[in-house]
Design a protein around this ligand. Structure first.
Ligand SMILES: [Fe+2]
Length: 436
C-alpha cells in the first residue's frame, strides 16, 4: 500500500511539474522574439531571463540532491542567478536586458533540457520528503515568476500582448460596502494545513487582537479618485515622511499606469487604454499611497493578523480554514487568479462564492492587499530554504491574498508576500480597517 501511495504522489509531482512548466511556456508562446529580450525598467526582467531563471532553479535543486551534479553551463548560471550568493556573484539585475547571449533560442532549448533532466529524475528516483519538498518549492518558485512575468508583460506590451486565453469576467453582484466587526482575543495565526507552505507561514502562533472592523470589499477606483480629487497627493499631513519624499521625488499624482486626459482618469493595461472603471479595486498603489488613503478616510490598514482572521476564521464553527470559503482549493467560481485568464481585476462584489465566513469579498485574487505589518519571521521561525525568504526580513511590508496574476496552486490565506514600501508595479491594492 505504501509503495502505491508513494508512486502516485511522485506521479502527481511530475504531473504538477509538467503543468507548471507548460503554464510558463504558454505565457510567452505568442511573443515575438524581440519581446523576449527587452527590460523596460530596472526592476523588471526580460521574458527570456524569467524563462531561463525558473529552469536554472531546478538545476540548483538537482545540485542539492544528487552527487557531483554538473550545471548545464557556467555562463548560463551566472546570467540566470537572481541573488543567490552561494552560487557566485549574480549578474546585475538592472542589466538583464542588455545581454543578447544566451540567445532566445538557446534559452528555449535550455528550458526543454531542464524539463528532461527533472522528469527523468522524478521518474527514476523515489523521492523522500525532503526531496519532494524541494521540488514543490521549485514549482511554487516558478509560480512566483509567472506572476512577475505577467507584471513585466503589462509594462512591456500592455494590450499589445496577446494571451493564449482571454475570458470575460462573470457579472459582479451588487454589494454595499460594510465595515464588519470582528471580535478580538487570541487568534492562532499561520498555515494550518498538511501540504506545502513556505517557511515564513510557520510556525502557527497566538497573537492578541483588539476588537476591530474591516471593510467587506477592497478600496475601489471610485473611492480612490475621491482621495485624489480632494488633494490627497498634495497634502503632506496625510503621508508618512518617507512616503511624502517619494511623492515629490517621483511626481506621483495617481496610481501607476494612470493618466489624466481630457478631464478623465484613464489607465493603460492589458485591456488597452481605457477610462478608469470606478467599480474595480484600485491597483498599482504603493504601501505609502495605501497608508495615506486610509489616513484621509479616517481609517487604517489592517495588520496581517487582522487580515488573516477576517479571511479565514469561522466564528460559528470556531475553526480556521485554508481559504476564505473553506478548505476547497480555488476554482474560477471562488476568485480571480491567473488561470481565470481575465487579465484584469474584476469588479467589487464579484465572487459571491469566494467570500469569507465574516462576509469579506475578494480576499483571494484580484489585487494583493497591503497590510501594516513588517515582513519579519514569526516567533520561533526556522529557515527552510537557503537565501530564499528570510534574507529579506528588513524594510518590506506584508501583502496578502494574491492577485489576478497569481497561479491558483500557489495561493492560500496564510501566504505572505512582501514588497518595499514604494513599489507599485505589482497588482497591489488594499482594504481599510478601523479600531472600535
Ligand atoms: Fe527567483
Amino acid at each position: 500500500m505504501t509503495v502505491v501511495s508513494e508512486e502516485s504522489e511522485q506521479i502527481s509531482i511530475l504531473d504538477e511539474f509538467i503543468e507548471t512548466r507548460n503554464r510558463t511556456l504558454n505565457l510567452v508562446k505568442n511573443l515575438e522574439k524581440d519581446d523576449y529580450v527587452v527590460q523596460t525598467a530596472p526592476y523588471m526582467s526580460p521574458p527570456k531571463w524569467h524563462l531561463g531563471h525558473v529552469s536554472w532553479l531546478y538545476e540548483v535543486i538537482l545540485s542539492k540532491i544528487t552527487d557531483n551534479y554538473e550545471f548545464y553551463s557556467k555562463k548560463y548560471s551566472e546570467y540566470l542567478n537572481s541573488y543567490y550568493q552561494q552560487f557566485g556573484k549574480p549578474h546585475d539585475k538592472d542589466k538583464r536586458g542588455i545581454i543578447s547571449r544566451p540567445t532566445v533560442d538557446e534559452i528555449i532549448q535550455y528550458y526543454h533540457i531542464i524539463n528532461k533532466r527533472v522528469s527523468d529524475f522524478l521518474e527514476k528516483n523515489s523521492a523522500d520528503d525532503k526531496v519532494k519538498n524541494l521540488f514543490i518549492m521549485g514549482l511554487n518558485h516558478e509560480c512566483q515568476h509567472q506572476e512577475l512575468l505577467v507584471y513585466d508583460l503589462q509594462h512591456l506590451l500592455a494590450d499589445a500582448y496577446q494571451p493564449i486565453q482571454k475570458n470575460i469576467p462573470k457579472n459582479s453582484t451588487h454589494v454595499t460596502k460594510e465595515s464588519i466587526k470582528i471580535d478580538g482575543g487570541l487568534y492562532t495565526m499561520g498555515y494550518s494545513g498538511h501540504e506545502f507552505c513556505y517557511d515564513i507561514e510557520l510556525p502557527e502562533h497566538q497573537v492578541y487582537l483588539n476588537d476591530f472592523k474591516i471593510d467587506s470589499v477592497p478600496v475601489s477606483n471610485g473611492d480612490y479618485i475621491k482621495f485624489i480629487e480632494d488633494g490627497g497627493y498634495q497634502n503632506f499631513k496625510l503621508w508618512l515622511s518617507d512616503g511624502w519624499e517619494k511623492v515629490k521625488e517621483n511626481n506621483w499624482t495617481a496610481p501607476m499606469y494612470w493618466l489624466h486626459e481630457e478631464g478623465e482618469w484613464k489607465t493603460h493595461d492589458f485591456l488597452g487604454k481605457r477610462k478608469i472603471n470606478p467599480n474595480e479595486p484600485v491597483c498599482h498603489v504603493s504601501f505609502y499611497e495605501a497608508d495615506a488613503y486610509c489616513r484621509w478616510a479616517g481609517k487604517r490598514l489592517p495588520t496581517e493578523a487582522e487580515w488573516e482572521k477576517a479571511a479565514c476564521w469561522d466564528e460559528n464553527k470556531q475553526r480556521k480554514t485554508l481559504f476564505p470559503w473553506g478548505n476547497e482549493k480555488p476554482t474560477e467560481d471562488h476568485a480571480n487568479l491567473l488561470e481565470s485568464y481575465i487579465w484584469n481585476t474584476t469588479e467589487i462584489g464579484s465572487f459571491e462564492l469566494g467570500k469569507s465566513h465574516y462576509g469579506c469579498y475578494q480576499m483571494i485574487g484580484d489585487v494583493w492587499e497591503w497590510t501594516s505589518s513588517e515582513f519579519v519571521g514569526y516567533p520561533g521561525f526556522k529557515s527552510g530554504f537557503d537565501e530564499y525568504n528570510d534574507k529579506w526580513f528588513t524594510n518590506q511590508k506584508v501583502l496578502r491574498g494574491g492577485s489576478f496574476g497569481t497561479p491558483k496552486m500557489s495561493i492560500r490565506a496564510s501566504y505572505r508576500n512582501f514588497f518595499r514600501l514604494d513599489e507599485r508595479w505589482l497588482f497591489s491594492g488594499f482594504r481599510c480597517a478601523q479600531d472600535i
